[in-house]
Design a protein around this ligand. Structure first.
Ligand SMILES: Nc1ncnc2c1ncn2[C@@H]1O[C@H](COP(=O)(O)OP(=O)(O)O)[C@@H](O)[C@H]1O
Ligand SMILES: [Mg+2]
Length: 255
């Protein structure tokens, strides 16, 4: 295909919890290709794989490369600074601040001139404007002044994505962004992920259990089962794959 260095690459990546092989030798790579989904039954190792990539856990064995650099064992904040962004469930939100303040602070912390913010009123308004723009993109326009703690669940998930976007990541990791949201909220959340992809500034790695969402927006799908890659391919190829169907039926994690 092309011989450009992959954006992200894992080599023989493993994470064992005692005798449990949560991730058991994953060779995986992401080029500039839009949106890749990782699917698989409950307990397949998807979240653990994300934790290894984003520096939350250290691997038992194997290596992770980002933009050609060996980043194995690097802490999350250092990876975030390099452009590897992740939406953390709820924990990243300041509940007592407004929606706008949450995103503005994330914009500031990403800005290279963030120390100057205290001196220049001008940069404050730059970050605020950027935050408003991001909130429009995630369909939170009109919610700016609301306290984050008062947002309905679906809107909190959007705010998490907004905070991740504020750092302008090159690679955005989303772990089940639709978890716990209602059927009515689903189209908007799906649309906003699709729009992030179409804007083309971020490559997206998505863990998602709703197959309708995954097949609609993925350029490629990787299927994990019991810590290993079971299959990789286009949405059509994956849907037709017999082994994948059996893993879902046998694994109890059918969606
Ligand atoms: N911190 C942990 N300590 C022990 N076992 C864990 C830990 N995190 C995950 N596991 C186990 O690893 C396996 C994979 O979990 P996980 O990566 O969360 O799967 P998925 O996200 O695909 O549902 C599961 O059996 C889970 O119980
Ligand atoms: Mg998970």
């Amino acid at each position: 295909m092309n011989n450009k260095k992959p954006l992200l690459e894992t080599k023989n990546l493993k994470k064992y919890f005692g005798g449990l092989k949560a991730v058991d030798g994953i060779d995986f790579s992401v080029q500039e290709e839009g949106l890749i989904s990782i699917i698989g039954p409950n307990g397949a190792g998807k979240t653990t794989f994300f934790n290894l990539i984003s520096g939350i856990m250290k691997p038992t064995e194997g290596r992770v490369f980002f933009q050609g650099r060996n980043i194995t064992g690097w802490p999350p904040h250092r990876l975030a600074g390099m452009g590897l962004g992740r939406s953390y469930q709820i924990t990243n939100i300041f509940p007592l601040l407004t929606v706008l303040e949450n995103v503005r602070i994330a914009c500031q912390s990403a800005g290279s001139d963030n120390y100057k913010f205290w001196q220049h009123h001008k940069s404050f308004s730059v970050y605020e404007e950027k935050a408003r723009e991001i909130l429009r993109r995630v369909y939170l326009e009109g919610r700016e002044e609301q306290l984050a703690m008062h947002l309905p669940h679906g809107d909190k998930r959007k705010l998490e994505i907004a905070i991740a976007l504020a750092r302008e990541p090159t690679l955005l990791l989303l772990d089940e962004p639709t978890a716990g949201i209602s059927t009515e909220e689903l189209p908007e959340l799906t649309a906003l992920i699709q729009e992030i992809k179409e804007l083309g500034k971020q490559q997206i790695l998505l863990v998602e259990h709703r197959m309708d969402v995954v097949t609609a927006i993925s350029d490629r799908i990787t299927v994990l089962n019991r810590g290993v890659i079971l299959a990789e391919g286009s949405p059509d190829e994956i849907m037709e794959n017999q082994e994948v169907q059996e893993a879902y039926l046998g694994g109890g994690g059918a969606a």
